[in-house]
Design a protein around this ligand. Structure first.
Ligand SMILES: [Zn+2]
Length: 119
């Protein structure tokens, strides 16, 4: 997890940030997100997830979209750790989708070459 105030990396379950003294407990102490500069920037990877779905591998791309579309909602709800986790999962599934897409293209080329050779 990260300090919501200064972004210092903290051990999971840390109550008070040793760097800036901000309380890390969920809820009331957390400032409203989207108002000030304290809202952390967490990439939602939504564009990448959509592109991966369209051009690479549909099933894994959809998984990436599900995680990507959850990032902003978690940020809005103050669940920064959850948003970061969803962001990382979206990025992971985009990579899986891209790799599957590349493998699919290679297999397609091999099959077409084999079909051409058979004729
Ligand atoms: Zn801090």
């Amino acid at each position: 997890m990260f300090c919501y105030n200064c972004r210092q990396e903290l051990a999971e379950g840390t109550a008070v940030c040793p760097a800036c003294g901000a309380a890390q407990n969920q809820g009331a102490a957390r400032p409203a997100v989207g108002v000030g500069a304290t809202a952390p920037v967490i990439p939602n990877h939504l564009v990448g997830a959509v592109l991966a779905t369209l051009f690479c591998c549909l099933p894994f791309g959809i998984v990436a979209i599900v995680y990507a579309s959850g990032v902003n909602g978690k940020i809005a709800a103050g669940d920064i750790a959850g948003a970061e986790a969803a962001s990382k999962k979206a990025a992971t599934w985009i990579n899986v989708s891209v790799i599957c897409g590349i493998i699919g293209i290679i297999l397609n080329v091999i099959l077409q070459v084999a079909a051409a050779a058979a004729n």
